[in-house]
Design a protein around this ligand. Sequence first.
Ligand SMILES: O=C(O)C(=O)C[C@H](O)C(=O)CO
Ligand SMILES: [Zn+2]
Length: 281
Amino acid sequence: MTFSMVTRYAHSPEDIRHYSTEQMREQFLMPTLFSKGDILLTYTYNDRMIFGGVTPSEQALEIKLDKGLGVNYFLERRELGIINIGGTGSLTIDGEKVEMVQHDGYYVGKGTKQVLFESIDANDPAKFYVVSTPAHKKYPNKKLPFANALAKPLGDQEHMNKRTIYKYIDASQMDTCQLQMGYTVLEPGSAWNTMPAHTHARRMETYMYCEFAEPETKVFHIMGTPAETKHIVVANEQAVVNPSWSVHCGVATTRYAFIWAMCGENQTYDDMDAVAMDQLK
Ligand SMILES: O=C(O)C(=O)C[C@H](O)C(=O)CO
Ligand SMILES: [Zn+2]
């Protein structure tokens, strides 16, 4: 079993002006999240979000972080969002076991002492995408089945951006200290995830791209300031960190989906600063 948590520092927009492709990938792309039996996390200094993959095989897995975070247990001062993109699994949260089928989500509040992640079938393991943000208050733990997610259809075929945003952790639906999390599914033939592009200086965001229709599919994730965009080529089940000053959208060769998660000053999903198309460079 491998447990790893890599650190990524925050960057100013000026920093990345001269980054090579390799440097962009090193700083903003998380190439491996899901590996059987492993916990692979990233700690970003952008709003101190921790995100990554937990892929239990034969054994239950637990995220054990204490001294590294200066606390006695992982969720002493944090909340946690989880969405399973793999086979059926379960979570045992302070002794209570709950089944997690594909696309089930869960919100785990601050103060929860133990979360055990398990797969039902090691040959078809659960793949838990996890995102944790600093929290000041305990809010109730809550199962978030896919069927209960707040579905927001958006875009149209003519603009190649027909998609549905499924909001799992949303302040209009439930209490959360700062974490917001959801899953966006692109229709076949649609690719842009959000156009016109936007920034939100009040919140950072991470994306985990997944469910690519073909093995050779790649997403061109676009980031950077509106006046100087850059791209990162992303493969299935890889994630990118998006600083609050950066635009974000992705175009691919076939259908894909992605899980987004945000935190920062506010929880107002629609608080976005749209960028006029003629300002994008
Ligand atoms: O499809 C979309 O558009 C999104 O999913 C947008 C993200 O949720 C986002 O960028 C929220 O700020
Ligand atoms: Zn956004």
